[in-house]
Design a protein around this ligand. Structure first.
Ligand code: HEM
Length: 480
């Protein structure tokens, strides 16, 4: 309960629980974790860019200003990822993967993943082709949906993109795509939904209070966490086994599983390379790459339905640059600053309602003049940057124009929703490619209108491990 010397300001720490009670109360009152943090900042750190908390066993520092975030992201002493039951149990008690690891394993495996995805998946052509193929399937599905009678009442859009985003990732990882109605797709979506439920950006109840995993496994979320992870490990291991069986025949297959397994067969399990590591990396790609992208798109579309002027401008650019006779490709992107700006504005609205992936102080260090003890969790509060009205005027409106200067796309240096420096997002290129291809393909073929007699999509969102646009429908009309 005694705060370390010069620890960032924040509420008083109570024995055992720390500030868990106060944070929870505020979260319940405001409905959102980011609003709870904002209220605490207003009370305790008017003159400080940092808020210092303790939740159960964890010391947590929220980084609230632009400058302090840059300082933190470039400080190598804060390049760790949190340790503990939550972060290890997800990978059967060992630290594996690339999203929540640090040290040699993270460095080596991050390098491998980036190199091979560049060659086979993230390379412009491979990635663009996968997105375009998936977009065609998506357009067919929309056409089928709106040919049905019920479509007159609008189509739910807030989770519409999940299937297609998931397919682009799964194609790169395992060379597989599923129809939206395929039982495997339904299982996969269900697994991911469970994976995100009951956790937030800084962990779960049992990670702050590990004793609860033993004495109250159900109530603390531990039991569900284990159950869901066992299911996802099984799902991935089954696919890995299938890949292993076909490794000799599929010599040309370029998916990540094949590449990793061939590497293991050639050099054996060694250093940081293992089949378990492959399972963990696939899980990380799902966790980091699916909801982030599809939810950015649903925020984007909720605003496009609200703001028909933006939609019309995007369609004018699509008609002018591409026309109606062929689908958009990545080659069109440099000629379409307005649509590209829509991509960035969609991502801003998503990240502007959440926190970054937590870092951990690897050793005692300082940040913005405060002491940060070893093992403190340090978290970027993206709301304070991406929704700051001095940096992004009228932040809760959707204005692609804010990213356009003299007719060209121009991103300010305070726009870094994918992070900065060594832990920078590994999927930003893929995310931007998918959002561009999917959004322009949809807007080329269809218009998305408010449903007559129903309210416009709400500006409120649903809190969770990642924020979701509130459920909304659009009346989808083919463009003539
Ligand atoms: C709109 C979509 C996305 C956003 C806004 C986003 C944002 C971020 C952010 C803020 C981080 C943390 C950076 C840090 O800790 O300093 C991150 C890390 C990461 N992202 Fe993304 N991401 C997106 C899509 C993706 C996709 C599609 C993939 C994979 C295919 C992906 C894979 C990763 C991985 C593996 C990391 C961990 C990197 C590391 O620690 O070295 N992300 N992302």
């Amino acid at each position: 309960t005694v705060k370390p010397r010069k620890f960032p300001p924040g509420p008083k720490w109570f024995p055992i629980v720390g500030n868990a009670g106060e944070v929870n109360k505020l979260r319940e009152k405001t409905g959102y974790l980011y609003k709870a943090v904002k209220e605490l900042c207003n009370t305790y750190c008017k003159d400080s860019p940092l808020l210092g908390l303790k939740i159960g066993k964890d010391k947590i520092v929220m980084v609230n200003s632009l400058d302090a975030n840059k300082e933190m992201l470039y400080n190598e002493d804060i390049d760790g990822r949190p340790k503990g039951i939550f972060y290890q149990t997800r990978t059967w008690g060992e630290r594996k993967g690339v999203l929540l690891t640090d040290g040699e394993l993270w460095k080596e495996q991050r390098r491998f993943l980036i190199k091979h995805l560049k060659e086979f998946g993230f390379g412009r052509k491979g990635m663009g082709d996968i997105a375009c193929t998936e977009a065609s399937f998506m357009l067919d599905d929309v056409a089928n949906l709106i040919s049905k009678d019920g479509a007159k009442n609008g189509i739910y859009m807030h989770n519409f993109f999940n299937t297609y985003i998931l397919n682009t990732l799964w194609t790169m990882m395992a060379g597989i795509r599923y129809q939206a109605s395929d039982p495997q797709m339904i299982i996969l979506q269900d697994l991911l939904f469970d994976l995100f439920r009951n956790v937030d950006m800084v962990g779960a109840l049992f990670s702050h209070f590990p004793i609860l995993a033993t004495i109250a496994p159900k109530m603390s979320g531990y039991k569900d966490f284990i159950r869901t992870h066992k299911r996802i490990w099984r799902f991935l291991r089954e696919e890995i086994a299938r890949h292993k069986e076909n490794l000799d025949e599929d010599v040309d297959s370029r998916d990540f599983m094949g590449v990793y397994l061939r590497n293991l067969r050639e050099h054996g399990e060694r250093d940081t390379y293992s089949e378990g590591q492959l399972v963990a990396m696939c899980m990380d790609m799902f966790m980091a790459g699916t909801e982030t992208t599809s939810k950015s798109m649903s925020f984007g579309f909720s605003y496009l339905v609200r703001n028909q002027t933006v939609q019309r401008k995007a369609q004018e650019e699509i008609d002018r640059v591409i026309g109606r006779n062929r689908l958009p490709t990545l080659d069109d992107r440099p000629n379409m600053p307005y649509n590209e700006a829509i991509v960035h504005e969609s991502v801003r609205h998503f990240m502007g309602r959440t926190f970054g992936v937590p870092h951990r102080a690897l050793r005692h260090t300082t940040l913005a003049g405060y002491n940060i003890p070893e093992d403190t969790m340090v978290v970027s509060n993206f709301t304070n940057i991406l929704m700051d009205e001095t940096l992004f005027p009228e932040p809760y409106t959707f204005q692609p124009e804010r990213f356009i200067v003299d007719g060209k796309l121009s991103l300010p240096e305070h726009y870094f929703p994918f992070g900065l420096s060594k832990h920078r997002c590994m999927g930003d290129v893929l995310a931007k490619c998918n959002i561009f291809i999917f959004t322009t393909s949809m807007l080329q073929k269809f218009s998305f209108l408010p449903v007559p007699g129903e309210p416009l999509p709400s500006l409120d969102h649903i809190d969770g491990a990642t924020p979701s646009a509130a459920p909304f429908k659009a009346l989808v009309m083919p463009r003539t």
